[in-house]
Each structure stands twice: as C-alpha cells, then as structure tokens.
Design a protein around this ligand. Sequence first.
Ligand code: SF4
Length: 700
Amino acid sequence: KQQKVQSEQIYETQCPYCSMQCKMQLIEQRIISRKKHKTVGKDNPTSQGRLCVKGMNAHQHALHHDRLKQPLKRINGEFEPITWEEAYQLIQENFEQIQKEDGKDALSVYGSASVTNEEAYLLGKFARVALETRHIDYNGRLCMASAATGANMTFGIDRGFTNTLQEVPHTRCIILAGTNIADCQPTIMPYFEKAKENGAYIIAIDPRETSTTNLADLHIKNIPGTDVAIANGVLKILIDLDLIDHAFIEQRTEDFAEVRAYIQSIKLDDVAKTAGVSLDELYQIALVFGREPSGMIFTARGIEQQINGTETVRSFLNLLLATGKIGKRNSGYGAITGQGNGQGAREHGQKADQLPGYRLIENLKDRQYIANVWGIEEKNLPRKGVSAYEMFEKIMAGEITSMFVMCSNPIVSNPNANLIKKALQKLKFLVVSDLFLSESAKLADLVLPATSYLEDEGTLTNVEGRVMLREANYPIQGEAKHDWQILCDIAQRLGKGKYFDFDQAEEIFEELRIASKGGKADYSGITYERLRQEQGILWPCPSEDHAGTNRLFEDSFAHENGKAKMAVIPYQSIDNKPTITQEYPLYLTTGRVMSHYLTGEQTRKSPSLAARDFEAFLEIHPQTAEKHGIEADSLVRVTSEKGWIIVRCRLSSTIRKDTVFVPFHWTEKQNVNRLVSDQLDPYCRMPGFKMSVVRLSPVN
Ligand code: SF4
C-alpha cells in the first residue's frame, strides 16, 4: 500500500561525478517521519535532461550517515571530535611552528579537480598568500595534465573541447583514442550515437573491447602505450596519398617540413609491428579520416596517462592540423575530462606552475598582474613548485613536513601508492578536509568535515569549457563547512584574513573574474546572473556583452604568431618504457567502471552503486588465464616491481592476450595504483598509469 506523501521539496543541483556536469534535481519527500529521496535529470544544453546511474544515485553518498559532521583530532591513534575553534587553533600552532623550524616551503597543499572554480582559485591563493609556500599541486596532475600540456604546446591554449558537443552529430569521422565514454561519461554517448546514425565513421583505439568500442566501425586493439606509432603511421599514409590540406598547413601551422621529413623516414611495417596492429587498419583510418570533409579526434586517459602522454596527444593533434580539421564547423579536438571540474580546476592556479587565468607563475608580467589583484608585492609571490607525485618524494626527502589535502584521496589515486602512504605517515602534521574518513584522511592528524555538492554553491566548467553555476541549497550536514570557508577561516587565523574576506562563493567568483581577465582562460565577462539566465557560457568570455566562444581557432591559434605548432614525435624511443620480460610477462592497464568515480570514496558509499561493482577485478583473456594457471572467478595475486594486490579474475575474450586490466576505484590490497611505477612524463609530470608490466599467480 502506498503511503501518502506529506510534503515535497525540490533542490536544484548538478551531478558531482564527471565532466558532463549533468543538471539535476533532488526530490525529497516526507512520508510520516521518514524522508525519501530521488534524483532526476533536468533539461539543459549539454546533458539535455539525461542522467547515468551515478548521477541518479549521487544523493546516496551526500546523505550517507558516514558523512563527517565535526572536526576530528587524532589523539593516541584514535579520532576524537573537537570544535572548529580547537581545530583552527591546532592548524595555526602547527603551521607556524613547522614554518619556523623547516621553512615556508615545508608546508604543502594538495588540491582537487572535484571542487568548484571558486575553491580551486581560492586554494591557489591560499597556498601562495596565506601559507606563502611554493608547494601546491592537485589531483588533476594525474588526470588531464598531458592533454592540457599537449594542447598548450600545439595550439597555445588548453580548452578541453575546441567545439561544442552540438557539433559532434554532424561530423563525418570520429577518432576516439583511449576513451571509454560509454562508462565514464555515459550521457555524452547520444551525441556520438547520433553522429553514427547520421553516417559518421567511428574509429576507437583501445586495447580492450568496451561499450564505447562496440559503437565503432573500426576498433584498433593496439598494445598499450603504442598510440604514437598509430598516429605516425596514419600521418605517413595521409602524406603519401596526399590526403593533407596544403593550404591549411601553409597558412595556419608551422614546423610541418620537419614533421614530414621525420614521418617519411619511418617504415609502416615497423609502426604496425610496434603497435600490434595491421597495415590494413592503419590505411583504413587514414583513408576515412583523410577523405571525409570533416572529422574530430577525442582523447582521454587511455592515451594521456602514459609517460609520453604529452607527445602522444601532440601526435594526434598533428593529424588534425595536417588535414585542416580544426577551427572549422564540425571539425576539431576534444580531451574528455574525467573529473567533475577537470577543466575549470586546471585554470585558476592550483597547479605548481600556474596562476589564475592560466597564467604562468614564472612569467614576470603574469606574476605582477596577479600580485596586483591579490594586493601583495610580486616579490612575495612564491615561485614554481613541483608536481603532485613529486611533492610526496619531497616528503620522503624531508623537505616537506606538512600537508593540507582538500577533497582528495592521494593514497589511492597516485602511482606507487605504497610510497604515498609512507610519505603521509612521515609528515609532522597532516590536515585533510573531506566528506568521509577516506584512506588518506585516516592517516591525518586533523580531519575537517566539508560540504557536498548538494550544499556547496559555485561554478564548474564542464568537458566543453562551458562554465555552469551549480545551485546548492540543501541543508548542511552537521557542522560541515564549505572548503572555501575553511580556507578563509584558516587564513584569518594566520593573520591573512584581509586577503580572504569572502562571505559567499559569488564574491570569490567576482575576484576570479578579475584575476582571469586578459589571461588565456578569460572568465571576466561571466557573472552568476548570466549563468542563471544562459545556463552556461563557454570561455573565453572577455566582456559582459560577449556571448562566449563556442568554437576556437576559427581565425587563428593562440600562439603569438597565430599559428599552431606541429611536432616531430618519434615513436620508437621512449626512455624507460615498461617492457614485458620473463619476470613480468604481461602489460597491465587500468581504468574505470561505470558505477564508480575516482578512488570510489563517494560511490562506494552509495548502496546502489556499490552493489553493481563491489570489488576490483582483473580482466584477462581465457587463454592467458589458462597459461598462468588462473581459473575463472578465482583470486589472483598481481605483482609489479612496485608492489602487489589481490583481485578476483574475470575472463574476457575481448582483451588482448598480452594485456590485463584492473579498475582503480578500490583501496588497500585492491588498489591497482600500488603496482603503477613512478615514471613521469617529462613535459607535464603525469605518471604512466596506463602501462605497467606485471606477473600473475593464483591465490590458493
Ligand atoms: Fe552525468 Fe557524469 Fe553524473 Fe553520469 S556521472 S550523471 S554522465 S555528470
């Protein structure tokens, strides 16, 4: 029998889980003394009312009884609740003492791409102005860094998508390189399905078969980490068959002559052998992409999380430039961001080498501009720090002795996870602000309860580069505070309150607008009022009467001379590239499953999502399993040079026989990042998550 709904409240919000930032509503019904919740999609230009299973169940973590509701202090190995006043006192005493003993740069800040733009901006300012440390970086370094660096080097600017999603259904050829959008950003799929319906030819490059590769007309199942070889092979065929756009190359790009000279020196047979693909497949990609009048290339972590991730991205951008398929309607590039604010969080100064507006911390003009906005002297603005993983190396070396972690779980998300744990344990003082007692928070001296997406208003920038306002009116759980409030309060205690005098997120956004003005990611024309009316604006938007920029590079690229830079990217020699040996005879690649987000700290709290995938697994070809004495559904020990994990095996004849796959949403002995090495991309310092070498042994 249905019980009568006594009252109903609707809360407008936005999904916290991926870069689609689907608009949604939480419906809260009161039935007698019980509350019942349901999340439904809301129409908007990007997600068009769709939600995936993660979004539909997002409220389950936000309303979970395990949410942190008070600050917790570690006393004799146990956490005990304390007041905010006591927490702030503890932070002040420790931060001041540590900086006195170990120097200013002994403090470090570890941020997140799941926070709002306002919080990302304020965290960068907090590190440089309140703590006066150079050491700040964030988890986006592990996610989007190579796509961002590759795009900056090639185009002079990094906005994930050069075109809007609305153009995807009208393009004629799509290359999906290392992206599993069907599982990671499910509500984006209809754009690609529509493209296929309209006759587009879709090529997917991925060592595994996934729901995304199933959409493709051609699935290239290459050896992990060999994507540059594919891009170079395709470029060679395009040049040999004269399927390139000479006028575009001449007028809009530079360095093509060097690229052509190198490409002509490579042998297609070698390329095909390196990548583990056939010549026919390379020809098929080149013929379709070269002949069709329009085309788009999308990349994601599969090709980006490599120790040559930046170059890999650039090798695919070479294809767009050589064929003139960029800066035009229905032709362009998209880096498919993983984290909710993967785009915005990398624009406002959380990175070790950046200041707001995508300015550079080592550029004098940029330093002077931001110092002026912040009301400090340029000479007092700290210099460039080191990347996320390298901060942990500095902890091990004794140079960093304290860390403030905001909305992140670095033990689970970093490579060489065993070292990260040791580093956090070594700190004199670790503060973590989060929703839950995550694996990293469990090691903290002080844990601060933060607000969730339902409670924390602010802007986020979606996968396209569209700035969107997330309304958030749900009552705050317990004594939790917004991350930006926590930063303002701590700054106040450290005597820097005058620089952090904000009472609401919109006030921070107003300062962010000024800080971004004239920078590459210019938000200065965007206001909360406009966002409410227009449901999102694509940057750059340099004035309030500017509509935003739907398509980039129509007239020129963002380098000073207006040209895009092509690049010679050798595929053969990557220093220290992991190679299978007798001891480690299999490639390991990692990725996501549809029901979980990042380290799983939130999605594993959701009963509906946790039930769909409740443990990590090893995907392995049946013949490979047999060869290694592994039975279906049995537990397997997976060992690399860095560590071991134990996971259950799932047989799948759709994965390459030399490759196994483990998703990365689990902790402790199921944390696959314990196996991943700490080799970093030389340009962007992204770790090579997507290719390790391992051995397997049955667990009896
Ligand atoms: Fe949308 Fe991504 Fe949330 Fe799914 S996880 S509802 S695709 S924002």
